[in-house]
Design a protein around this ligand. Structure first.
Ligand SMILES: Cc1ncc(COP(=O)(O)O)c(C=O)c1O
Length: 345
């Protein structure tokens, strides 16, 4: 039995266990339903077993060796990956300007960081993809145990994960891919190829583009290392089963006909904006990231114009360009409104 079915079952026992709200004492009434499903691992229903069953089912969906549900974001997935495949004193290759969790993971594992730099795509003010040759140069001279890559980048630039994996394999280094922004990739041929079946470890934030609640995420292992032990070192022993159940539901939805169709339609709607707005320039590998530039306006000016005049808030802006993030919850109406605004700029 998975988590969703387990939480729906009524418990007829008189509980003298944690949590003390006993699924009935609603201090915060608006969250009644949440309290009702908030059971603990001591509950007679054995939610741990249900969690393992749900994770096993997810591993079948993603075709991975292990898929673990995370309730502390991709941050915890990156930390657990590094802890799982390195030991104290090992060298780890990582991007100098990566998300802070990469450096923290290396620090927590007692490893030595080796930093690489990426070129900038000057016209857009964003970091370029990670070249496999760059990684190979470091691996050649280093004794490096693990490599961490961010793909897609925040702005939607995708690296050649297959080529990077081949390089890592040649030098016996583990490849960890931060795919925090690519959680929809495994469910559509119209999106870039996911690293899930290529890298040794891949982390994905469900809460960023895949409709999940903050801070739900996934850690996939494609090698023979089960990351459970590493996760146990950093996770609470009192996980939130309602949050974990949303992860199970999230995967069920993305993998359903309805979910796959929704992604397809979303890509079509965004492509329609990109082909329709001839007054703007668009860029990037990820169809779900609307990275835009307008002649004679800086990225900051464009961002301010969208915000002040049209009540539209972007996700990230730099001197050259502005990025609007879309995901499974970005509906047609919102995109139609955006298109109307963009045509006026
Ligand atoms: C590229 C990248 N990696 C990792 C993270 C951390 O993800 P989470 O918020 O799910 O912990 C973020 C968050 O912004 C990110 O942008």
């Amino acid at each position: 039995m998975g988590l969703i079915s387990l939480l729906k079952k009524k418990n007829r026992k008189l509980l003298f266990t944690t949590p003390s709200h006993g699924q009935k004492f609603f201090i915060f009434h608006k969250f009644r339903q949440f309290y009702k499903y908030d059971i603990s691992e001591t509950d007679a229903h054995n939610p741990q077993e249900a969690l393992y069953a749900a994770e096993k089912k997810a591993a079948l969906v993603y075709r991975t060796n292990y898929t673990k549900f995370l309730t502390n974001g991709s941050t915890s997935g990156i930390i657990a990956s590094v802890l799982a495949c390195t030991k104290n004193g090992d060298k780890v290759l990582l991007w100098k300007h990566s998300h802070p969790c990469h450096k923290n993971a290396v620090k927590l594992a007692g490893c030595e960081p080796v930093f690489y730099e990426l070129d900038e795509i000057e016209a857009w003010g964003i970091p370029d993809r990670t070249p496999p040759e760059l990684i190979e140069n470091y691996l050649k001279s280093g004794n490096i145990k693990a490599v961490i890559i961010t793909s897609p980048s925040y702005e939607g630039i995708v690296s050649d994960i297959c080529a990077i994996k081949n390089v890592c394999k040649k030098y016996y280094a583990y490849l960890i891919v931060d795919e925090a922004h690519g959680a929809l990739y495994p469910f559509s041929d119209e999106l870039p190829q996911s690293a899930v079946n290529i890298a040794d470890f891949t982390v994905q934030s469900l809460h960023k583009t895949a409709g999940g609640l903050n801070p739900t995420a996934l850690l996939h292992s494609n090698c023979d290392i089960d990351p459970s032990e590493a996760l146990d070192m950093i996770n609470t022993t009192s996980p939130s089963y309602p949050l974990l159940a949303t992860i199970e539901a999230n995967i069920n939805y993305l993998n359903s006909k309805k979910g796959r169709l929704a992604i397809k339609q979303l890509v079509e709607e965004i492509n329609d904006i990109k082909t329709g707005c001839k007054n703007l320039e668009f860029f990037g590998d990820d169809p779900l990231k609307i990275l835009i530039k307008k002649e004679n306006l800086s990225g900051y000016e464009l961002s301010e114009l969208l915000f002040e005049k049209y009540n539209i808030e972007d996700e990230k802006t730099n001197e050259k360009s502005t990025m609007l993030l879309c995901g499974i919850g970005t509906d047609k109406k919102k995109l139609e409104r955006l298109k109307k605004v963009l045509l006026k700029i």
